[in-house]
Design a protein around this ligand. Structure first.
Ligand code: SF4
Length: 385
């Protein structure tokens, strides 16, 4: 079976609505859903305006409904969006169509309707199987609802589903984290995303941390969480393929997310969505109302546009490739950047190998599990201002 990696472009749709904001969350979303129908109309206008602007050479082979909480949409709305997308962009026959779903927002039969609408992969935001932790995170669901949601997805015939979990929460014990991981495995998912809790600036958790109402786990303890995660999942035949991503088999890699880590073009739609196309990166404003007003006037709302310099592209290529366990393809690097990685970065290459943080294997330079744990620090070494 081939790993689920492709260089065809992808499509991302940001659904900017949530039932309630979680204290740690930095993604753009609002709880007021009164602009929902205006938003859906604006989304379709955005599809047509972007299509007029670009001439994609290849079919798109992923559609990813992220957010926010896309499972707040009805199956009919999802079906309409997919139809509008297909009217504007050529989708491949084997297109992977993922929907992020949150327990507490979805009825037992809704998954069947999403399946009929065309969704063939789910990413379910479980975060923890511990009720106290779920309350702390500000989630709207409890463990029983999380379990019921997974069972409903399975009853609807979804085999390709991912479970999202968060570790290193303040006060969380390793035992509790192990229980959550093992519980997640007991449902036989295809994929698990395990994220280290990050205190993003501007979130309520960041303020709580600043005023010392909560205490973050120490660096040492975070490393223990990482190691436990990797050990438990690897023993269960769920090897990591990216820092936070684990799959039962390579055909269950998130084809869409892999595009972000391989500099593959993608188009993002909806407030706050980012796009990467022909070495340009642009984003939409983090405001539903600004998004809707611009599109009502038949113009594209742009927050930021950046043309990536050769230097930035090279750094990003290294940074993103090394976050994946397969690592950086040395021949590909030479072909793209017309220079030998092992010569240009000779000192970093030697240092990382000497410390046991990286190895070269079959033409790939890759971080070891030990290196992966501290990858954010290591990867900055490759930055050449
Ligand atoms: S449900 Fe997801 S997107 Fe919405 S606030 Fe919580 S973490 Fe953020």
């Amino acid at each position: 079976m081939q790993p689920n990696i492709s260089h065809k472009p992808g499509l991302y749709i940001h659904i900017p609505f949530c039932e309630k904001k979680c204290g740690y969350c930095d993604f753009y979303s609002v709880t007021d859903r009164s602009s929902r129908s205006a938003f859906l109309q604006a989304l379709n206008t955005e599809f047509t305006l972007v299509r007029k602007m670009l001439t994609p050479q290849e079919p798109f082979d992923t559609v990813y409904f992220g957010g926010g909480t896309p499972s707040l949409l009805t199956a009919t709305e999802v079906e309409t969006i997919l139809k509008q997308l297909a009217e504007n962009f050529f989708l491949s026959d084997d297109v992977e169509i993922t929907l992020e779903a949150n327990p507490g927002t979805i009825g037992d039969d809704t998954f069947k309707d999403f399946r009929s609408a065309g969704i063939n992969r789910l990413s379910i935001g479980i975060q923890s199987f511990n009720d106290a932790e779920l309350r702390f995170l500000g989630r709207i669901h409890d463990t029983a609802q999380a379990e019921q949601t997974i069972r409903s997805a399975q009853n609807a015939g979804f085999e390709n589903f991912s479970l999202d979990l968060i570790f290193a929460q303040p006060g969380q014990t390793l035992q509790s984290w192990e229980r959550s991981l093992k519980k997640a495995l007991s449902f036989g998912p295809a994929h698990i995303s395990a994220y280290n809790l990050v205190f993003e600036k501007g979130t309520p958790f960041f303020t709580l941390l600043q005023n010392k109402t909560i205490t973050a786990q120490s660096e040492k303890s975070e490393i223990r969480f990482w190691e436990t995660t990797r050990n438990i999942l690897t023993e269960a035949d769920f090897p990591p393929y990216e820092v936070s991503s684990f799959a039962r088999a390579s055909q269950f890699f998130s084809r869409h997310n892999v595009k972000y880590w391989t500099h593959t073009p993608y188009l993002g739609f909806g407030p706050s969505a980012h796009s990467f196309w022909n070495n340009h990166r642009w984003s939409r404003p983090r405001s539903v109302s600004a998004y809707i007003s611009a599109l009502n006037e038949n113009r594209l709302p742009e927050a930021q546009t950046e043309i990536l310099s050769a230097k930035t592209l090279e750094f990003e290529h290294i940074f993103l490739s090394l976050r994946m366990y397969r690592g950086l393809n040395l021949n590909e690097f030479e072909r793209i950047f017309k220079t030998l990685f092992t010569e240009k970065y000779a000192s970093e290459y030697a240092l990382l190998r000497r410390r046991g943080w990286a190895v070269e294997e079959n033409g790939f330079f890759k971080l070891t599990p030990k290196g992966m744990i501290i990858c954010d620090t290591i990867l900055q070494e490759f930055y050449r201002p």
